[in-house]
Design a protein. Structure first.
Length: 324
């Protein structure tokens, strides 16, 4: 099969399209033909091996060389071999540790969920990492609460606005003026143009501030957090040495001094990924949530998809069609 293989840390141009042996499913696994995947910041952090501090931590980075050959955590495809839960021909999607940027991948059945029946493979592939992150972040949000999404135009942000709205919350968003109408169409009541308005000086208060952009500290955001409000850290500005990990760790450490609840939303650490995907399927099939896709690339142009996503201007998700 063909796969885009990583041999060294570096730019997307260092990835090599290679013929590699077909994977063979082990116990509890099925073979899935990948129809579509997508590119996330999670992927290009592994591509670059950045931030450098991650290379000395657990979690899959190697100190000098990448430990795995094929990147890609978002998968939508069709089961090829029979398993205990899924059979040949079943359309599925999943959030994987790695390996989705290939024609075939072996997947543990407990990571798979049936694909929403009203989506294409490309639309389904836009969901796993970004939407599971949004679900994890918004757990505990109740109807009537006020939620602010800082960084509302990217993959996680577009899902977070829709999910918060679907949960009955009142949602405001922070993004550029160019993306304001999109945020409103997804459910945001008020949209801050981050270039013209400082949301921390708005005088508005929120029960939840979901920080994806990492443009403000917890100390700044406490001005808009309600008395028992929660600051949820998802990511932050990219950096070669420490960021975005540094921003997230600083947010967690500042909880005591800021006297506000601070939590970290991490889809990778989620233990019930398939259950979350099944819940997302309900939202999607009901029409409450729709994936927002900026661009779709053919598999041969996956390097270009990495470059575009890494530039940080994607409106929603960047998707790759692997097979027709």
């Amino acid at each position: 099969m063909e796969a885009l293989v990583q041999h060294v840390y570096g730019a997307a141009s260092s990835l090599v399209l290679e013929d590699v042996p077909d994977p063979v499913p082990g116990e509890g696994e099925v073979l899935v033909r990948v129809r579509a995947s997508s590119v996330n910041p999670y992927d290009w952090h592994f591509l670059r091996g950045e931030p450098y501090v991650a290379r000395v931590m657990t979690g899959g980075f190697g100190l000098r060389r990448p430990p795995v050959g094929v990147l890609g955590c978002d998968l939508a495809g069709r089961v090829e071999t029979p398993g205990a839960r899924f059979g040949p021909g079943d359309d599925v999607y999943a959030l994987l540790p790695r390996g989705a940027h290939a024609e075939y991948v072996c997947v543990r059945e407990d990571l798979l969920a049936p694909m929403p029946v009203n989506l294409t493979y490309e639309q389904a592939a836009a969901i796993p990492m970004a939407a599971v992150t949004a679900v994890v972040a918004l757990r505990g949000v109740e109807a009537g609460q006020r939620v602010l999404v800082n960084g509302a135009s990217g993959g996680v942000g577009t899902f977070a606005v829709q999910l918060a709205k679907a949960l009955g919350a009142r949602v405001d968003a922070v993004c550029s003026a160019a993306n304001a109408e999109q945020a409103r169409s997804l459910g945001a009541e008020y949209v801050f143009d981050y270039r013209a308005e400082d949301f921390t000086r708005s005088g508005r208060t929120y029960d939840v501030v979901l920080d994806i952009a990492g443009s403000r500290s917890v100390f700044a955001c406490r001005k808009v957090l309600a008395r028992n409000g929660t600051f949820i850290a998802v990511g932050g500005p990219a950096g070669r040495w420490l960021q975005p990990a540094g921003h997230v760790f600083a947010a967690l450490a500042s909880a005591f001094f800021a006297r506000r609840r601070v939590v970290l939303a991490d889809a990778v650490a989620c233990r019930d990924k398939a259950a979350v995907l099944r819940k997302l399927t309900e939202f999607v099939e009901s029409g409450a949530v729709t994936p927002v896709i900026d661009r779709t690339y053919p598999f041969d142009d996956l390097r270009a998809a990495f470059d575009y996503q890494e530039a940080g201007h994607a409106r929603g998700k960047v998707v790759v069609t692997v097979a027709s």
